[in-house]
Design a protein around this ligand. Sequence first.
Ligand code: PLP
Length: 621
Amino acid sequence: YQVPNWSGGWFRVSDKGQMEVTPTPGLHAPLRSIIDDILERGESLPVILRFPQVVAGRVKQLNEAFGKAITEYGYTGHYQGVFPIKVNQRRMVVESVAAAGYEYAHGLEAGSKAELALCLAQRMHPDALLCCNGFKDDGFIKLALWGRSLGKNVVITLEKYGELDRVLKQARALGVKPALGVRFKLHARGSGQWEESGGDQAKFGLNAYEMLRVVERLKEEDMLDSLVMLHTHIGSQITDIRRVKVAVREATQTYAGLIAAGAQLKYLNVGGGLGVDYDGSKTTFYASMNYTLGEYAADVVYTVQETCKARGVPEPTIISESGRALTAHHAVLVMPVVDVTGPTRNLDTLAAPSEDSHQIVKDLADILGNLSARNYREMYNDAVGDKQTLHNLFDLGYVTLDDRARGEALFNAILRKIAKLIQGEKYVPDELEDLQKVLADQYICNFSLFQSLPDNWAIQALFPIVPLDRLNERPTRQGTLVDITCDSDGKIEKFIDLRDVKATLPLHEPGTKPYYLGIFLMGAYQDVLGSAHNLFGKVNEAHVTIRPGGRYHVDLFVRGQKARRMIESMGYEEPMLRDSIEDQADAALEAGTLTPEQETELLEDYGEELLGYTYLEYEEG
Ligand code: PLP
């Protein structure tokens, strides 16, 4: 499962074969124990385990990495981070970032009015920035300006030239001096899936001509000192460090150009993009990155300094809006496997064809009996042909359902035997390359992909998935994962691998004890983008801190959305639902299809489900 490669030291496998969270050296706790505890309290799975110490640890790592680079290069400016809350607006996350970031004056970024309202209420260091990005109306601008009156270091980023007039008008009306940033459309591009965020066709930002017009306009207004920040962003999850360097160089040249035009910028904002190594391969593959946090900080600081020196301009305070890198590691979705299906399961009871079986079934049985390492390729082709014939004959009514069942089972047994024969072979014929996927089990997991892992569905994002225990036991099955939505897209068929993407995940045969899988590194973007497909709602959450001696404490348990909430979000009202069921039950009582006791029980059950968790609730164990 490559745990040391992707975990960044926040998780490890214990000697007992269990996944443990390790928020600081010396502190560790097995996830399985936390889950058992939660179940003992009568709560249900799936659950997201959130570790505030991991968020705090990431904030510290980021700030210290920049601090180290600044000291090493003798950089004369500072570094200040800004957390874009769109990455995860959960209270625990925002408050953890704000608290851990206080000593570093780590700020927040809001991209909408609602996000700004949330950010303004946070306790922040007086120097910490509150960046307002995104398109803005008068209400957004006014709220941002009020933020300055509250003593917060609010900077309004101009995303379009037209926003300048709007801001100046509101600032005049309120009598508040604005602090402005300007987002520049770099021609440099990111790498990976968010490459389109930069470049001329980017959705946000001003071009060079527009930016210089902003400077001229502010000069005319005698407000040039209001322009404090140059903002850039070339996309999230930049996989290649060279792209970062190229973009930072262009951004710094632009900064120097603005200084030459008379601006007195204080901040150079290099945006987000700091990656997360989801697959641990340390490559430029979209789920990875070919650099470390330390290298990122060093390269940004060095490139800014080098360019500033060459242009003879002051070294600015460097801002990064790292979001993914701060929050991805802190959350793990834990889901129980509720069932396993698959083409090779239950084949051990496969009986030999009888006298009456159709000849095609007997042929398949012969292939199975004669299969060897010498002839498997030929036999495979014969078997595929026979299966096709079996289906054609069934469609025409010449093969019974019983023969079809037996024939299909024999075909699957043939594939299973071939898979064993070619296991470990260097050369695998083209037609057999997908065999493992075809034969894979489907592990049915109690979760909704659309609610909990939307990026896997939408953009094939990869996340490490690992059983919570039995990790000292070699897995004997290969599986794909399916969720409990009634949507055939609700499945995971791509898994991390150091060299490629794997089509199946090695898994254990679930035994008598419940088998739990953890989806790791899912703390960035997933919570926010999730949707209510099939009315599966937000999942339960446990906020857990780890204490010395392998102990831990569940600080807060937040129950997921109840069925009633999900139904109401679609415009229905609970009393209306209850009335309708009551009327129908009364009618059934009159018609004699329900007894009075049954009616009472039915209404109780209905009410209980309305108040219940939207996920499957089996007795665990
Ligand atoms: N800043 C801006 C303007 C963004 O659009 C984004 C997200 O794409 C971020 C910061 C956060 O980026 P990341 O999560 O890659 O750090």
